[in-house]
Ligand binder design. Structure first.
Ligand code: UTP
Length: 297
């Protein structure tokens, strides 16, 4: 019988340099997307896919992240006294979402290094990794499909997105073979941020992974790669090359909406796209947005 995955690891210890100075004293994962910090969307996605145990890998400025998923007694008492039950519900929602755990990364030596910090907590079972600055629209399905593929193939699974060839140098890019399922490919190779024109495909690895625990053993032996960082992509490349020892790596091709909130332009697009569809904001925003677009050249 397949193992039921319950653990999610959320790396949120990066420096967020693309968003300075906003991220000088606050993690980029706490930037609000409409009225919730980006990280809350990510935790909600994990919980909606059935993952109840969340380990967040944090760095300096971790307090805001921990506080967001904890009680704020003063605020709760004030809202209670005012009888503002609607806001009280919103404030308490993040506190009750999941069984939250935290580990510090120390130095941000790369995504692979951040994931390795989860080894003790995860133990010898498959687990999911969700990047704290990557939002998948909750109307589209990704993580539960990846969990399904992991269970069926007993292998590691990454999420892939077709990107424009001009964008491949910003992502880890996969070399793939087709499988008997339309949205699933077998990964034969991976390269982190290939120089323009040298990408093996236009299938970019985005911030969702379901990994076999063997990844820890491989990460321990992975040397710093591109940018001097310990790259998760390099460890996955090793796993893809020795499928007999690691189960190999598959990709689920995602065709839905994804927002990279660590990128300024994508962050703004995320807010606009999510806000116009909201019941409480859309009615006011849609006509304003149309008018505004009319004023542009
Ligand atoms: P990014 O490369 O987008 O994060 O990592 P960054 O380094 O903070 O971003 P910039 O380029 O400086 O703006 C993707 C995810 O991995 C986490 C980040 O927090 C983000 O969620 N990460 C990255 C870590 O947890 N530790 C690291 O050492 C690096």
């Amino acid at each position: 019988m397949a193992f039921t995955i319950t653990k999610a690891v959320i790396p949120a210890a990066g420096l967020g340099t693309r968003f300075l100075p906003a991220t000088k004293a606050m993690p980029k994962e706490m930037l609000p997307v409409v009225d919730k910090p980006a990280i809350q969307y990510v935790v909600e996605e994990a919980v909606n896919a059935g993952l109840t145990d969340v380990l967040m890998v944090t760095g300096r400025n971790k307090n805001a992240l921990e506080n967001h998923f904890d009680h704020n007694n003063e605020l709760e008492a004030t809202l209670k006294a005012k009888g503002d039950t609607e806001r009280l519900k919103k404030v308490n929602y993040s506190t009750e979402l999941a069984d939250m755990h935290y580990v510090r990364q120390g130095n941000p030596l790369g995504l692979g290094h951040a994931v390795l910090r989860a080894k003790m907590h995860v133990g010898n079972e498959p687990f999911a990794v969700l990047l704290g600055d990557d939002i998948i629209d909750s109307r589209d399905v990704l993580l539960s499909r990846m969990l399904e593929v992991q269970a069926a193939r007993d292998a590691s699974v990454v999420a892939l997105l077709e990107v424009d060839p001009s964008q491949t140098h910003m992502y880890g890019i996969a070399t793939v073979e087709e499988t008997d399922e339309d949205d699933v490919v077998r990964i034969t190779g991976m390269v982190e941020k290939p120089p323009p024109g040298e990408a093996p495909s236009n299938l970019a690895i985005i911030g969702r992974y379901v990994l076999m625990p063997e990844v820890f053993r491989i990460l321990e032996r992975t040397e710093p790669g591109r940018g001097g960082e310990i790259q998760l992509t390099d460890a996955l490349q090793t796993m893809a090359q020795v499928p007999e020892a690691t189960g190999g790596v598959y990709g689920v091709v995602f065709r839905g909406r994804r927002y990279d909130t660590g990128d300024r332009a994508d962050y703004i697009k995320a807010i606009v796209q999510l806000a116009v569809d909201r019941d409480d904001l859309g009615e006011e925003l849609r006509p304003w947005l149309k008018d505004f677009v009319g004023t542009l050249d």
